[in-house]
Design a protein around this ligand. Structure first.
Ligand SMILES: Cc1cc2nc3c(=O)[nH]c(=O)nc-3n(C[C@H](O)[C@H](O)[C@H](O)COP(=O)(O)OP(=O)(O)OC[C@H]3O[C@@H](n4cnc5c(N)ncnc54)[C@H](O)[C@@H]3O)c2cc1C
Length: 438
């Protein structure tokens, strides 16, 4: 009997991975613990349940998420195929009838002759068993414990407290300045200076902004002191931020020549310095409120947010430390990982990782070299970012144009530039796939 491949987790990544493996002719056992054991967010026993929004985000090529979908279409993605079939009107976005979407995927997986679905919680993987672990942000406690033992506590996380990330090109460099405190070492941070009036305005806006009601509320109320939401810290007193993350010591505003009243620091998220995070701004504010409040800061008036701040339960591993670009664990070649567990964020990003892990486990079984997508493609840009991110500061990421290598020729309009990046990606993807097939 041919050896079966295990896929753990019947979510966005797991169903996509199982589909890719099964369509290559190999047998798959897909383990899904629901309804035997539930997660705090899922409400049905359907595979590929969308736990929150019914939108898979933009569906046009001038948007990085639209490009990612198009690449996946060209790679016969199950998730995108069914999303296209079950779409509902949503302007430029690909939104779906969530019930129909999950029901159709469940039926396709259940009826596939190469897939056996087992409704059981997996708590460990037997030694040498080829498997893809795609148990998602709400991985069960027992499996989390096993993974923690496997990797060591320091490379396994249960909680995501992320500051918003903005694109470098959307900042106003006549207002923000590059400097490190006391001029020490290489200037690492962009600094956004506030005078007394601006600081008080910002404080008022922050403490009165609307916060997010969590879907998975159990962890949110227990903030670690070192990782407090910025708005909670602000509520402790008018000056708390000025003596905390917004302290201006050692910094001089080059325009006034004086020390600002307070400073917001922005730290580069990637080596190309196309993305910056607002240091210390992990937050529970609603996304619309984050855009409204933070765009009132000098230099951030036109900030483009590629990721909003979040604080929620999120199980993920330190991918740059643990995985190869094939999404294989460095410690045992039979174990692959996919989905939100590897630190991609979003439905489509999770499915894309499932697609790559599914294709690569088959190639590994066949002794072929893995598919490592070029950085100019959306799949390649996303996976190469998480594989090569800074190990000590690893944080989940969703697809955005800031992750792509810049164009050699820079057009004036952002729309044109994005269109060109997408055209380049699809051309390179076509070449890459035809070389791999030959
Ligand atoms: C509350 C919440 C809201 C979110 N909202 C959005 C949103 O609106 N838009 C967006 O793009 N992204 C959202 N995300 C982020 C993320 O994209 C989704 O969670 C996405 O579903 C991740 O795909 P996945 O396949 O990695 O995990 P999932 O889709 O969660 O699939 C993992 C599956 O594994 C199963 N499982 C877990 N442990 C075990 C085990 N030990 N054995 C067997 N099965 C197991 C689970 O039951 C689940 O079905 C949200 C995440 C959360 C937690």
């Amino acid at each position: 009997m041919p050896e079966q491949i295990w896929v753990v987790g019947g979510g966005l990544a797991g169903t996509e991975a199982a589909w890719q493996i099964a369509n290559s002719g190999r047998r798959v056992v897909l383990y899904e613990m629901r309804p035997v054991r539930n997660t705090p967010a899922h409400t049905s026993d359907l595979l590929a349940e969308l736990v929150c929004s019914n939108s898979l985000k933009a569906n046009y090529l001038e948007n990085a998420s639209g490009l990612l979908k198009e690449e996946m279409r060209r790679l016969d993605s199950l998730i995108i195929k069914v999303a296209d079939e079950t779409r509902v009107p949503a302007g430029g976005a690909l939104a779906v009838d969530r019930g129909e979407f999950a029901r159709r995927i469940t039926a396709l997986i259940n009826n596939h002759s190469q897939i056996q679905v087992v409704r059981e919680e997996v708590t460990s993987i037997p030694l040498g068993q080829p498997a893809i672990i795609a148990s998602g942000p709400l991985t069960s406690a027992a499996l989390s414990e096993w993974l923690k033992q496997l990797f060591g506590e320091e490379y396994f996380y249960f909680y995501d407290a992320v500051a918003p990330i903005v694109t470098g090109e959307s900042l106003d460099y006549s207002k923000v300045f590059l400097a490190s405190r006391y001029g020490k070492g290489e200037a690492e941070y962009l600094n956004c200076p506030l005078n007394e009036m601006k600081y008080h305005e910002f404080w008022e806006n922050l403490v009165s902004a609307e916060t997010h009601q969590s879907h998975v509320g159990e962890v949110e109320q227990h903030f670690f002191e070192g990782c407090m939401p910025i708005e909670v810290l602000a509520r402790r007193g008018k000056d708390t931020l000025r003596y905390g993350p917004l302290k201006p010591v050692g910094l001089l505003d080059p325009i006034t020549g004086k020390r600002p009243y307070a400073v917001i620091q922005l730290r580069a998220e990637n080596k190309e310095k196309t993305l910056y995070n607002l240091v210390g701004f992990q937050t529970n504010l609603r996304w619309g409120e984050q855009a409204r409040v933070f765009r009132q800061l000098p230099g951030l008036e036109a900030a483009e947010f590629v990721r909003y701040g979040v604080m929620h339960r999120n199980t993920f591993i330190n991918t740059p430390q643990l995985l190869l670009p094939s999404l294989q664990w460095k410690g045992a070649e039979n174990l692959f990982f996919a989905g939100q567990l590897i630190g991609v964020e979003g439905y489509v990003e999770s499915a894309a990782a499932g697609l790559v892990a599914g294709k690569n486990i088959v190639r590994w079984k066949e002794g072929k070299r893995p598919l490592i997508f070029p950085e100019e493609t959306a799949i390649g840009a996303l996976l190469s970012h998480i594989i090569s991110a800074e190990i000590r500061q690893f944080q989940p990421m969703n697809i955005n144009f800031g992750l792509f290598p810049p164009l050699k020729r820079r057009n004036t309009s952002k729309f044109e530039r994005n269109r060109e990046i997408s055209a380049r990606a699809l051309a390179i993807m076509a070449d890459f796939l035809s070389n791999e097939r030959n």
